[in-house]
Every structure is written in C-alpha cells, then in structure tokens.
Design a protein around this ligand. Structure first.
Ligand SMILES: [Zn+2]
Length: 235
C-alpha cells in the first residue's frame, strides 16, 4: 500500500513535468509568443539628424540673423522627445552645436557627412529624418517641404506621410500645399532606411523667418513630423 502511494506520487510528478515541458514547447512555438518577441525586436529606430552645426551654421535669417544650425537642433531635440514618448528608439547625429569630425577646414564637411552616415548605419535606422531650413534667392518662396530620394518607395511613403502633416501648417500659413520633392543628397542615400530631409521653412522669406523664430511654431513643425512618422509606421 505504501509502495503504491509512493508510485502514484511518482507518476504525478512525471505527469507534471511532462505537462510543463509540453506547455513550454507550445508557448515557444505559439504565434502569439513569436509575435511578442518580434514586436520587441522591431521597435523602430529613428535617427534624427540636425543639419549643420559648429563651424557650419547653414543659412542665416535675413532679418533676425537666426542660424539654421541652431533652429535645426531645437526642432530635432523636440522631435526626439515626442518620438521617445511615442515608444520609438531615438538616435541623434548631434545634440550640441558641433560639427562632427571637425579636424581640417578642407575636408570637414565631407568628414562630417561620413560621421553622420556612420551613426545612421550603426544605429540600424529604420527611418532617417534630416532637419534643415531653406533659403532661396527670391524671397517669395515659403513653406515646409519634404525631400526624398527618387525611386525609393519607402522614403516616398515616409515623405508623403510627413508632407501631409506639414501641409496643414502650410495651408494655414501660406495658403498652399506641396507634394514631396526629390533630391540627390548623400544623407538620403547613405543607408537602406526610409530617409527624408525636412526643410522646415525659408529663412529668405520674412514671414517664414518670423514663424521659425517662434518656439511655438517650431514645436508645431516637430509635432507634424512626429505625426507623419507615426502614420508611416501604422500603414
Ligand atoms: Zn541646411
């Protein structure tokens, strides 16, 4: 009798172990678990590139003297905070007023661009957003425009989503909208990520310059870009 009870207990232990192994095997092969692992792996990484910096101020506002490099950085940092809040991985190419790899005046622009490309590729970027301010000889041009590399479907989809959001600001301020535009730029082609340049407005236009001088407007530009990125990933 005692032996029988012991044996029964042993069988229970064996059954419990077998059951646990089966449950574990099922859990590992279950689509739900695989999906959860993929979701964690696929948290998108957004590289935010504040154009120019350090010795390279970019363009300068006609009446305010505002430097493009400073405005780019402010919008880049705001955008990064918004995207982090939305759950994305955010990597910046710069977070201070610096030029990357600033060693000699002759080669520094090229070295700066190579350093940005290295950050983008090391981060395994899914999206690259390069922030800039525009300037044109004729002061009448204005508005926020998005550029992508021709024939790159991912980048076109991203550019369209971001431009759609920016067009709400464009309509309110300039009574016109833009379609995404193509550009042949190194930052757009240096990785396989969906990549765009956002020219947030024209520092050669007094109205755009006034808008871009306002922190509130810069925050609205950042919010429009963040919203476009969220929409790109939800497609
Ligand atoms: Zn620029």
């Amino acid at each position: 009798m005692r032996f029988f009870v012991l044996k029964k207990q042993n069988i229970s232990v064996v059954l419990a172990v077998v059951l646990a192994v089966l449950i574990a095997a099922f859990a590992i092969s279950s689509p739900m678990i695989v999906y959860a692992v993929r979701t964690v792996d696929k948290t998108p990484t957004i590289v935010i590139d504040a154009g120019h910096g350090g010795a390279d101020a970019g363009v300068v506002g006609k009446t305010t003297g505002l430097r493009e490099s400073d405005l780019n950085l402010e919008i880049a940092l705001m955008l990064g905070e918004m995207l982090k809040g939305a759950g994305y991985n955010v990597v910046y190419t710069r977070t201070t007023d610096t030029m990357l790899n600033d060693v000699s005046a002759n080669t520094r622009k090229r070295r700066d661009m190579f350093s940005r490309a290295k950050i983008i590729n090391n981060a395994g970027a899914d999206v690259v957003v390069s922030i800039h301010m525009n300037y044109y000889p004729s002061s009448s041009r204005r508005g926020a425009q998005t550029f992508f590399e021709r024939k790159d479907e991912k980048s076109f989809a991203l550019a369209t989503a971001v431009q759609d959001e920016l067009n709400e600001l464009n309509l309110a301020n300039t009574q016109r909208t833009y379609s995404p535009l193509t550009a042949d730029k190194y930052i757009l082609s240096c990785s396989s990520a969906a990549s765009i340049i956002v020219e947030c407005g024209f520092l050669s236009n007094p109205y755009d310059e006034q808008l871009l001088a306002s922190a509130e407007y810069r925050a609205r530009i950042a919010e429009a870009i963040a919203q476009g990125i969220r929409e790109y990933f939800s497609i």
